[in-house]
Design a binder for this molecule. Structure first.
Ligand code: PAF
Length: 293
């Protein structure tokens, strides 16, 4: 059965008031629509852990640093509602821009540090937009748990930092990336690739997994990363915006004995693809061997 589509905060409050009065745990899955299997895995996890599940669908203008990207972002509300139908979602919250940002709205939530490098450096203002909208959506839905995909690893760390720093009464639940059979991480942007581009795109996770293997076997990060960037360029990714080894939590320099992460952003056929995977650094790694990354 299709979930009720709720467009106003008053209507959402009526539902959440009743759920809270009945002592029910509310989970939220924030999305911008164009739903795929990756989103559905978040919904399934939320359904397993919560009494009531709200999926939000809002293409947030404030997190697009490029107006053309915002204009081109797929808007597929009917299809999204249909895809969710078998999953027993309790509400599909599709607020208007004015509902989220009422006239006169003047507040930005900005998370220093973790928002700065990688995506933050290439998409100025992006994480301020994300941090602001997720804070608003958490408050609007009054959820106890929120489900985020590891595909957007840096976003996940920004949201975790935000929740910890502001003592927001919500638990962030990370969910593993969902990959197609050829390894490509699912993303709403993949549908913009031609059939040829889609086949080529599978090389991105291939290079990432090879590189992780080399680093785990003790390769020195700086030259291994440079080689992998060159390999991506040879495979037709242009530009390769970044391919970096970072600390998994802070996104700063990788440190011995701490979880590390490889993160990449690269363009193919005018489509920006991102991906990331964990790396277990060898016990022999030192600050100076890693510092060169
Ligand atoms: O990951 C996304 O789809 C968006 O960044 C989010 C978390 C829904 C905020 O607009």
């Amino acid at each position: 059965m299709n979930a009720p589509i709720i467009r106003s905060l008053d209507a959402l409050d009526a539902l959440t008031d009743a759920w809270r009065a009945a002592g029910q745990r509310i989970g939220v899955v924030p999305t911008m629509g164009a739903l795929h299997e990756g989103h559905l895995s978040l919904v399934q996890r939320a359904k397993a852990e919560c009494d009531r599940v709200i999926v939000t669908l809002f293409v947030n203008p404030r997190q697009f640093n490029n107006p053309e990207d915002f204009a081109r972002y797929p808007r597929t509300e009917q299809a999204d509602a249909a895809i969710l139908a078998p999953y027993g979602v309790d509400a599909l919250f599709v607020p208007t821009g004015d509902e989220v940002y009422p006239p006169g709205h003047a507040t930005t939530v900005s998370v220093a540090g973790v928002s700065g490098p990688l995506e933050g450096a290439h998409r100025p203002g992006h994480f301020d937009g994300v941090a602001t909208v997720v804070t608003i959506l958490f408050n609007m839905t009054r959820a106890e748990r929120a489900y985020f995909g590891e595909k957007d690893w840096q976003q996940l760390q920004v949201v975790r930092r935000l929740v910890a720093d502001l003592h927001l009464p919500i638990r962030i639940v990370p969910c593993p990336s969902v990959r197609a059979g050829d390894g490509l991480a699912l993303s709403s942007r993949n549908q913009r690739l031609s059939a040829k581009g889609r086949a080529q795109a599978a090389a991105l996770p291939g290079v990432l997994f090879d590189l992780a293997g080399r680093l785990e076997r003790g390769a020195t990060p700086a030259p291994a990363l440079a080689e992998a960037r060159a390999r991506l360029a040879d495979l037709g990714f242009a530009p390769v915006e970044y391919l970096e080894l970072r600390d998994g939590d802070t996104l700063g320099d990788p440190l011995p004995g701490r979880p590390a992460r490889l993160l990449v952003a690269a363009w193919l056929e005018g489509v920006r693809l991102i991906d990331n995977i964990p790396v277990t650094l060898p016990q022999t790694a030192t600050r100076s061997s890693l510092g060169a990354a």
